[in-house]
Design a binder for this molecule. Structure first.
Ligand SMILES: C[S@@+](CC[C@H](N)C(=O)[O-])C[C@H]1O[C@@H](n2cnc3c(N)ncnc32)[C@H](O)[C@@H]1O
Length: 283
């Protein structure tokens, strides 16, 4: 256990000091593994929607539910889930909305090995792939969904282009995503933001606000774009929950001490950010 913690510490330091051309989100998700999280029974890895939730699992499922409803997932749909984590939302969408098939992709293959073992459902297929270079033909899906993952995609607009290609005409792209409302104002705040991007392996090219986001969706050819801010129901309640949860004996036992601190404190870095649900149609 002590050796595993030391190895994780070394890998985290590597994230801060390595000079790499492109971000590699799989590095942080390999470190998080299945135990460095705040979940009760699920393996969700998002910030959750806390309007009526009091548990992490409940809040994450509520966020998956909102996104599924905004996407309009219906019976018979073929869904692509880009950045599927451990597959919890895919299992939920199948049970809740009854689509015909979900193809769930992830750049982190270690998460997919776990997801396959957890959800052996013939309607659910897990594939290792990069959301910016999708291994699917054009017009393959009714809905393309990204639940709190598109800020990793380098660059995000490459994913928008790929989503446009693989969606059927009239298909919907739906995202739960984070944008910057106000750039950091001080050198210290800019430095903190840079450290956050290094830890979470999010490329600087994806740091912009709602207007640029909208322009990039339009440039990819999308229409009927709807943006619904849900910020007050995400960051502040997640932070309050995380600060309590990291004190639990179970979390102190299984979560790396540095990551406990990150979960409880880093979301101060979200003060200048907006959490959005976005839908756009291949018109
Ligand atoms: C914050 S987690 C969200 C996971 C899941 N959607 C959830 O809500 O629990 C982001 C996910 O995106 C995946 N990811 C990051 N970059 C990716 C890329 N370029 N292509 C596919 N998946 C990617 C990560 O491996 C991780 O599973």
């Amino acid at each position: 256990m002590a050796t595993a913690k030391l190895a994780a510490t070394a890998r985290m330091l590597g994230l801060f000091f390595s000079r790499q051309e492109r971000c590699a989100p799989q590095k942080i998700y390999d470190i998080l593994s299945t135990h460095n999280n705040l979940a009760e029974n699920s393996l969700y890895l998002n910030l959750g929607y806390w309007e009526n939730a009091s548990t992490y699992d409940g809040a994450c499922q509520a966020l998956a539910d909102i996104l599924g409803r905004h996407a309009g997932i219906g019976a018979g749909d073929h869904i692509l889930d880009a950045g599927c984590g451990f597959g919890d939302q895919d299992d939920y969408w199948l049970r809740r909305f009854g689509p015909a098939h979900v193809t769930a992709i992830n750049i982190t293959s270690s998460q997919l090995s776990v997801a396959r073992a957890r959800f052996p459902d013939p309607r659910l297929e897990f594939t290792t792939a990069d959301a910016t270079a999708l291994p699917f033909g054009q017009s393959s899906f009714d809905k393309v969904i990204a639940l709190e993952s598109a800020f990793h995609f380098e660059p995000r607009e490459a994913f928008f282009g790929e989503a446009m290609r693989v969606l059927k005409p009239g298909g919907v792209l739906a995202l739960a995503d984070i944008v910057v409302a106000r750039p950091p104002q001080t050198a210290f705040a800019r430095h903190v933001a840079k450290i956050g991007r290094a830890l979470w392996q999010t490329p600087e090219c994806n740091v912009y606000g709602e207007e640029v986001y909208l322009a990039k969706l339009k440039a990819a050819g999308f229409g009927e774009i709807k943006i619904t801010p849900i910020t007050p129901f995400v960051f502040a309640p997640f932070k309050a929950f995380a600060q309590r949860r990291v004190m639990d004996a179970e979390i102190r036992r299984r979560v790396h001490p540095f990551l406990r601190h990150v979960w409880a404190a880093s979301h101060g870095g979200f003060d200048n950010m907006e959490y959005l649900i976005i839908t756009a149609v291949k018109t």
